[in-house]
Design a protein around this ligand. Structure first.
Ligand SMILES: [Zn+2]
Length: 390
């Protein structure tokens, strides 16, 4: 910083508290010309949490986690004090800040109740794993890169994917939306060990085709909707063709009223559009498009999704929602890889979301029961990506 004038302003800026600094920055940004705005965002978006030192990473995460003031993850109360810095068994070289709750007398650290809690590795290893997730690396390659074993690599993948599902649960689509279903053969992979699970059909030989041609109950339907700015929703709903209630289950109240909905004209979409105040454009796949209203984006999405899933040598149906969320985030969302990495680190390491390896056994993708009426559906909690098995 050579310019004396800039240095003077900067020194004043440093004296402000953090919230005010942010507020001022936003004002300054708004005052820039469009060209400078573009130059600014190009420079800023090269920010990656991978460039942070261990100390800076901890500071970054604790500011994110306690943005609304420090509170206790055990009881939620705010009488919290610092309780010294300790090394943990995970990481003998770094001291992490501990906190004490004066209400429940329990202590906690910044990762308590997050997916990084009760794992034997430090935050830095977790952060490296987020890099692997954004790169879409295999379990083995990720394990080698992070110095963890294959089983841990699998558990961590699903912990991260669980938080991605959570992010996806909050997405509301806007603008021009294209919706359609895609189908994958049912796979009972991973259902056999440690349970008395029985295959509800005769076993399929490796590499063999489904018993029936076309869309049958041996295929699961994934209802998908995407917009043109990289937002997407994908959810396993039912076996075979999607019913009207299945479409509602995935998409009711997930689209901004007044938006344009482009579909292949299946009857269910007409109901959905009417009930959600959308303008419906029914198109016949591959034949008709009305200018900007087409279903090309979702067709591309589905072919890309098919290739993505093939890369994993068969994904168990119970894990499909996880892989949908991963595809949406890695391959469809428009943020840069660096931004995605920051989002993952930030969100999954600073949000209350305990997800244990054992949970992968307890959950399934398919909704237990889709309600029979719209009224009943709307009384339900917003569809969660993962549904506990009964
Ligand atoms: Zn407490």
């Amino acid at each position: 910083m050579q310019d004396a004038q800039i240095r003077k302003v900067f020194n004043e800026f440093c004296k402000l508290d953090k919230e005010k600094q942010l507020e001022l920055l936003l004002h300054l940004f708004a005052a820039l010309s469009p060209t400078l705005k573009a130059r600014f965002t190009r420079r800023i978006f090269s920010f990656s949490t991978l460039d942070l030192t261990k100390g800076e990473l901890e500071e970054f995460l604790s500011e994110e986690r306690f943005a609304g003031g420090r509170s206790c993850p055990h009881c939620g109360k705010k009488h919290v004090i610092r309780n010294g810095r300790r090394t943990s068994a995970k990481d003998e070289n770094t001291k992490y800040q501990r906190y004490l709750c004066l209400d429940c007398k329990k202590t906690f650290g910044i990762t308590t109740n997050t997916i990084a809690a009760s794992t034997k590795k430090d935050l830095y290893t977790w952060q490296k794993y987020m890099h692997c997730m954004v790169e879409g690396w295999t379990l083995r390659k990720s394990a080698e890169y992070c110095g963890i074993n294959l089983k841990t690599s699998f558990a961590w993948r699903h912990k991260v994917l669980d938080t991605l599902c959570k992010i996806q649960d909050d997405i509301i689509l806007d603008g021009i939306i294209e919706a359609d279903g895609t189908f994958l053969p049912v796979s009972y992979k991973g259902n056999f060990s440690k349970s008395d699970f029985k295959l509800p059909r005769r076993a399929r030989r490796r590499g063999g085709d489904q018993h029936t041609r076309g869309i049958s109950r041996e295929q699961v339907c994934i209802v998908t909707a995407v917009n043109r700015s990289g937002k997407s929703i994908a959810m396993v709903t039912n076996y075979g063709n999607p019913t009207t209630m299945a479409l509602r289950y995935a998409l009711d109240r997930r689209i901004e009223p007044g938006s344009n909905l482009c579909t292949d004209g299946r009857a269910g979409y007409k109901h959905l559009a009417k009930e959600n105040g959308l303008k419906h454009h029914a198109l016949v796949s591959g034949k008709v498009s009305f200018g900007i209203y087409h279903i090309q984006t979702i067709n591309n999405y589905h072919s890309q999704f098919g290739k993505f899933i093939k890369g994993f040598n068969g994904v168990a149906t119970k894990n499909l929602n996880h892989y949908c969320a991963w595809h949406n985030f890695n391959n469809f969302a428009k943020e840069t890889p660096d931004e995605k990495e920051s989002i993952l680190v930030n969100y999954s390491l600073s949000t209350d979301r305990k997800f244990l390896y054992a949970d992968t056994r307890k959950y399934q993708s398919m909704p237990k029961r889709i309600p029979d009426t719209l009224e009943e559906l709307r009384k339900m909690h917003r569809p969660q990506a993962m549904v506990p098995l009964e």
